[in-house]
Design a protein around this ligand. Structure first.
Ligand SMILES: CC1=C(CCC(=O)O)c2cc3nc(cc4[nH]c(cc5[nH]c(cc1n2)c(C)c5CCC(=O)O)c(CCC(=O)O)c4C)C(CCC(=O)O)=C3C
Ligand SMILES: [Fe+2]
Length: 405
């Protein structure tokens, strides 16, 4: 066992150049896509984790923010969001349902793969789940993280936690963890959002609003500008906000394009990308504009209604239930706007089907050209390159599911 405590970053234990086999040899490829079929023996659904009672709230927040410089006042404030809901985040329940849905879909397709579930920040912890999988004889795990985009927080941090789990359990070298590609532009992920926006636009139209009086706000988690700039592969330059912002903009654009094709008048409805749930010290720049700040400005632009689309999230967890359903909706009321928050993928059948397609695609090593992707940015890479989504503030920690030179 490592002496490093569970939630501290591991510094310089391995350099990215050490041949520690956190990922399968198939991942050891210069190509962006794995081209040989793989015999994975289990799926590892990896969640964020959330508290399940009032007494869990502070320990959970400590796990999330360990050594991360989040001001105490911010933590106190976030604790009240959880306390408002009895100290319970619904996120664990969502992931249990998602686990069961994926397993059922695999069974329906005659694929014999068990689905394990572990979290980064709360029980069941990833290291316990990985240990359990190993105890049951599973050594080649294919992970799905409940996070669709590229950035430190939404991709690499999950990979670092895989590596940490393998190190802490002593299973590094015996168990490998690969990960399906980031799925921001997979139709299974995009379709539930498109349906949600469509329902909102129809509803506003039925209430007599003209398309140009409606604004679609695609909302996602803000991250530090330094993380955003370093999101995605080092060599890829995708403009302000890096791959993280570019992926969100591309998905928003595709959704609005599809809706315009269905109802030409909706071409008059403008959309934009906004950010939420900022933390960190005020001195540190994070992606902007904030969703509530933008909502307050919209009446002056002739807007009468907003559709708030939680594009960065997979389920109706706390970042959605509080930051959007409470705060953003209240901001809209204050601004005199009609407002609706549209659905997340949750266990939408298309989403579950899409995740199982991603598993099958990886098992069968489907050629990139035959993979489903709705934007020019995709299909995203199977295997992260060294330095992908690097965190320049925290420095290097070993990561699984990446290229092993
Ligand atoms: C990109 C991103 C996603 C989306 C990708 C993904 O889903 O993984 C996400 C999801 C989530 N974030 C969540 C909760 C929290 N995130 C925090 C803090 C932070 N998030 C960050 C980024 C992201 N976060 C960052 C850069 C920080 C600063 C500290 C750090 O560098 O780590 C904090 C600390 C307090 C605060 O600052 O708010 C909490 C409590 C929950 C659980 C909700 C529930 O319990 O229902 C979920 C799904
Ligand atoms: Fe977060």
């Amino acid at each position: 066992m490592s002496e490093t405590s569970q939630h501290e970053p591991i510094d310089n234990l391995h350099s990215e150049n050490d041949p520690v086999p956190f990922a399968s040899p198939a991942s050891n490829t210069e190509a962006a896509y794995v081209t040989t079929p793989q015999d994975y023996d289990a799926i590892l659904l990896t969640g964020f984790g959330g508290p399940e009672g009032q007494e869990d709230v502070i320990p959970f927040l400590r796990n999330v923010t360990a050594g991360r410089g989040i001001p105490d006042e911010r933590l106190e404030e976030v604790a009240t969001h959880y306390r408002h809901f009895g100290g319970v985040s619904p996120i664990n329940e969502h992931n249990k349902q998602l686990r069961a849905s994926i397993e059922a879909q695999l069974r329906d397709r005659g694929i014999d793969l068990p689905v394990y579930w572990g979290n980064r920040n709360w029980a069941p912890y990833l290291e316990d789940t990985v240990q359990q999988a190993a105890d049951n004889g599973h050594t080649r795990l294919l992970a799905i993280a409940t996070s669709a985009y590229s950035s430190y927080s939404s991709c690499r941090q999950y990979r670092e936690d895989f590596a940490r789990a393998l190190i802490d359990t002593g299973l590094a070298g015996k168990v490998t963890i690969d990960k399906v590609r980031q799925f921001f532009d997979h139709p299974g992920f995009v379709t539930p959002f498109r349906e949600g926006v469509e329902a909102a636009l129809r509803d506003f139209s039925a209430q007599g609003l003209a398309p140009e009086e409606v604004r679609v706000l695609f909302a996602t988690h803000s991250i530090p500008m330094t993380d955003a700039a370093r999101s995605g592969p080092e060599e890829l330059t995708l403009g302000e906000g890096g791959a993280y912002a570019a992926q969100h903009r591309a998905v928003g654009g595709v959704i609005m394009e599809q809706l315009r094709a269905a109802v030409p008048a909706w071409g008059e409805t403008q959309w934009e990308l906004v950010y939420q749930s900022r933390s960190g010290p005020a001195s540190q720049p994070w992606l902007e504009p904030d969703v509530c700040d933008r909502i307050a400005e919209l009446p002056a632009e002739g807007i009468k209604a907003v559709a708030i689309v939680p594009l960065g999230f997979l389920s109706d967890h706390m970042e959605v239930l509080w930051d959007l359903d409470e705060e953003a909706i209240e901001a809209a009321e204050d601004a005199g706007l009609l407002a609706t928050r549209t659905q997340t993928p949750g266990v939408h059948p298309e989403f579950v089907t899409g995740l199982v397609d991603l598993i099958q695609e990886r098992v069968a090593a489907v050629p990139a050209g035959d993979r489903s992707a709705m934007t020019d940015l995709g299909p995203w890479f199977d295997v992260c390159r060294p330095g992908c989504c690097e965190n320049v503030r925290r420095g290097f920690s070993p990561a699984a599911a990446g290229l092993v030179p």
